[in-house]
Design a protein around this ligand. Structure first.
Ligand code: HEM
Ligand code: HEM
Length: 125
């Protein structure tokens, strides 16, 4: 498997394990206050990272570009920042809001970068 594809898949598995553990914790405690955090870990984390992984696996030439490595690190760091700061915000720590804002913008820019990488790759096929 191509390197960026593998990195995204490992990241996806880590999100899935953490997100499900949080889901189980909510289920067992009866406190669903972290549902938005769980939803983002599962969908913006596990599902989206797995989709990126499959894309780079299907289009290995796109994954060999330096921009793809930049995409991985931007998505990974901003995504982790997003869910960790969201967790603390949902726990009542309002000081997390600026960090959540910065991480969200980073995550959005990661998707813009993915569009720049992915759209030319699919049009060549
Ligand atoms: C061990 C497995 C899982 C457990 C124990 C679990 C548990 C939960 C709990 C307790 C809630 C809060 C429900 C509520 O208060 O409305 C929730 C919401 C949610 N879960 Fe999970 N979950 C699991 C797996 C998943 C997976 C695999 C996904 C998606 C890939 C997922 C996506 C969501 C989403 C999107 C919500 C928010 C739904 C809403 O706000 O209406 N969960 N989950
Ligand atoms: C820049 C990144 C993102 C930002 C800033 C963002 C922001 C938000 C906000 C403000 C809410 C409402 C939360 C609430 O009312 O409790 C929300 C809910 C939700 N978002 Fe996102 N989101 C982002 C990315 C994503 C992505 C990529 C996905 C899925 C692939 C997603 C799936 C969801 C879901 C399923 C909910 C409903 C969760 C619930 O009801 O608990 N989000 N998001």
């Amino acid at each position: 498997m191509q390197k960026v594809a593998r990195n995204f898949f490992i990241l996806a598995i880590i999100y899935a394990l953490c997100g499900m553990a949080l889901g189980l914790h909510m289920g067992m405690s009866g406190d669903h206050g972290q549902a938005p955090t769980h939803a983002h870990i599962m969908l913006a984390g596990w599902v989206t990272s797995a989709l990126f992984s499959f894309f780079y696996h299907l289009f290995p030439a796109a994954g060999e570009k330096a921009l793809a490595t930049v995409h991985f690190w931007l998505a990974a760091l901003s995504g982790i920042g997003l869910v960790v700061s969201l967790y603390f915000l949902m726990s009542g720590n309002e000081a997390m809001e600026p960090l959540l804002g910065i991480a969200s913008i980073g995550y959005f820019l990661g998707m813009v970068l993915f569009a720049v990488i992915a759209l030319p790759a699919i049009s060549r096929k």
